[in-house]
Write a protein that binds this ligand. Structure first.
Ligand code: ATP
Ligand code: SF4
Ligand code: MG
Length: 333
């Protein structure tokens, strides 16, 4: 079986002063070993919540109401804190948008790297060598000296490189990256993508990357999960989705004016309307209020999750009484 991580039927609420927010609704997707999977969706669609669920680092007011997250066959949701910490320290690692959230300003990199290896029986010199080697790999010049620097002595791009080096130090099986390039300029972003692809090849690490940036997903990823308002509306291989999107939301993302994508630096286009109120109980399709193809059935019945091409899409147009044999139209129409 080539599935390293399998999220299935995951539903999650946040308890707030104004009631419950259903942040994830029956989220399912497999992550295949050695591949790069991108999660894309508007702000508030639940992308980070999915990553935090995998890491076992959810906010206190979060409550998983159903589902499983199987990592190498074990359900992460059933593990205690100690077991999760061990997995996070060795097998699953994470890179954030802002490297300062994972780097300690008052400690030189040498110390931060060796702390990551606290579980290993290695000498100080061995740990230092391992860290220097990784800094070199991610393109930090003079790593033998730079390893003694503090984070503020690095530029933003170098800090992100250092963050990626830290996240790879234990040779994790799975790397989770939450908008790792959003804070960077376009050139640096491209370098970072190359870097993560290289590391994937060198360490055989599977990567899950969250992004607003469709261009980045197209360039970097093998597979994509499209989220909308806490639901996975479509999944599939990137080359399939980019040519044959089957969900109206995915199509709306892809068929926008290319000049506009250019202007927003490849970031998600703005689709008219708002994400539905996540606190209200929802009937019908979650995208109905904004969907140009919405039909009466879309407001009353939950759409079926239909297997198509290399993945799935949730839409009445694909199956059942609302099915349209001419849907989806060829790309670009
Ligand atoms: P962005 O692109 O802005 O990072 P996202 O897709 O990562 O968005 P999440 O951060 O996962 O979205 O949030 C999903 C929903 O859950 C949002 O409506 C958000 O406001 C809500 N939410 C997230 N964390 C909490 C929390 N601790 N308490 C209450 N609501 C929360
Ligand atoms: Fe649009 Fe209906 Fe499909 Fe939802 S189920 S995406 S409203 S056509
Ligand atoms: Mg987020």
């Amino acid at each position: 079986d080539d599935t390293i991580l399998d999220v299935s039927g995951l539903s999650l609420d946040f308890r707030t002063g104004r009631g419950r927010i259903r942040a994830l609704r029956d989220v399912s997707f497999p992550v295949r070993r050695g591949r790069i999977l991108g999660i894309v969706g508007e702000s508030g669609s639940g992308k980070s919540t999915v990553l935090w669920s995998i890491l076992g680092l959810l906010a206190r007011n979060a409550e998983v109401t159903s589902g499983r997250i199987a990592f190498q066959g074990r359900d992460l949701l059933g593990l205690d804190d100690e077991a999760l910490r061990a997995i996070r320290g060795e097998k699953i690692s994470v890179v954030f948008q802002d490297p300062m959230t994972s780097q300690i300003p008052v400690l030189p990199y040498a110390r931060q790297f060796s702390d990551i290896l606290y579980r290993r029986s290695m000498s100080r010199a061995e740990k230092r060598d391992a860290a220097v080697e990784l800094l070199r790999r991610v393109g930090i010049p003079d790593p033998e000296d730079r390893i003694d620097a503090y984070p503020h002595q690095f530029s933003g791009g170098m800090r992100q490189r250092a963050a990626i080096a830290m996240s790879m130090l234990t040779g994790p099986n799975l790397l989770l990256a939450d908008e790792p390039t959003t804070a960077l300029d376009v050139t640096m972003e491209a370098q970072m993508i190359d870097l993560m692809r290289d590391l994937r090849a060198a360490f055989d690490t599977t990567i899950v990357v969250v992004s607003h940036n469709l261009g980045l997903i197209a360039e970097m990823c093998d597979d994509v999960v499209v989220m909308y308002a806490g639901e996975v509306v479509e999944t599939g291989e990137v080359r399939d989705i980019f040519h044959n999107a089957r969900h109206p939301y995915t199509r709306a993302l892809l068929e926008c004016d290319p000049a506009r994508v250019e202007r927003t630096g490849g970031r998600l286009p703005v689709i008219p309307g708002d994400i539905p109120d996540l606190s209200a109980s929802l009937t019908g399709c979650i995208f109905a209020a904004r969907c140009p193809r919405a039909m009466p059935i879309c407001r009353t019945e939950t759409p079926p999750d239909v297997a198509r091409g290399t993945g799935h899409a949730r839409c009445h147009l694909l199956e059942g009484p609302g099915a349209d044999p001419d849907w989806p139209p060829p790309a670009g129409v």
